[in-house]
Design a protein around this ligand. Structure first.
Ligand SMILES: [Zn+2]
Length: 168
C-alpha cells in the first residue's frame, strides 16, 4: 500500500491484481500536488471519493490537471462519491475526466425525524429512475418513512446523463 499526504488530504493506493484503488480523504485544495501521484499501470483504476469533504477553486484546478494525466488509463471509475464530489462533477464536467461514476451519495431528508441524511446510490441498480432524472425512492432506516430527496434532481443528477449513455 502506498500513501500520500498533502496537508488536509490523504490518498492511499491499494493494488490487487489488475485493479488499483485510490482512496481520497479530506479537502481538495492547492496543496494537492498531482505530479507527485504515481499513476498505476493497472488496467482498472477505481477512485473512492466517499471521504472527500470539500474542493476549493485551486483544488478543482489541480484535480482537472490530474484528470488530464489519467486520460490514458484503460478504465477509470469513481465509487461512493461524496455529495461535494458530485457537486464538482456537475459544476465543472472536466473534473470527471474520462471517469465513470459507479456509485455516489445523495442527500435525503426524513421529515418525521427532521433529520438530513445521505444515502449511497448505485447507478446500475437505480438506472431506471436515474435515466428519467428521478431520485430513487428510499425509506428511512430508523422510522421507515419515505425519504424526501434533498436537492434539485435536475441539477444533482446532471452528471449521470453521461454515465448512463456510456454504460449503455
Ligand atoms: Zn426517519
Amino acid at each position: 500500500m502506498t500513501s500520500y499526504q498533502f496537508e488536509n488530504l490523504n490518498i492511499t493506493v491499494n493494488q490487487q491484481g489488475d485493479v488499483a484503488t485510490y482512496t481520497f480523504e479530506g479537502e481538495m485544495t492547492e496543496r494537492f500536488d498531482f505530479k507527485k501521484i504515481e499513476i498505476t499501470k493497472c488496467k482498472e483504476v477505481i477512485f473512492n471519493m466517499s471521504q472527500i469533504r470539500s474542493f476549493n477553486s485551486c483544488g478543482i484546478r489541480e484535480w482537472v490537471f490530474f484528470m488530464k494525466e489519467l486520460e490514458e488509463v484503460d478504465s477509470l471509475s469513481f465509487e461512493e462519491c461524496s455529495v461535494s464530489t458530485i457537486d464538482q462533477f456537475n459544476m465543472v464536467p472536466a473534473t470527471l475526466g474520462v471517469g465513470i461514476v459507479n456509485s455516489f451519495y445523495a442527500p435525503y431528508y426524513c421529515e418525521k425525524e427532521d433529520k438530513p441524511l445521505e444515502r449511497l446510490i448505485h447507478i446500475d441498480s437505480s438506472a431506471n429512475d436515474l435515466s428519467q432524472g428521478q431520485a430513487p425512492i428510499l425509506k428511512c432506516e430508523s422510522c421507515s418513512m419515505e425519504l424526501i430527496f434533498d436537492a434539485i434532481e435536475e441539477s444533482y443528477f446532471m452528471f449521470i446523463t453521461g454515465a448512463l449513455s456510456r454504460s449503455a
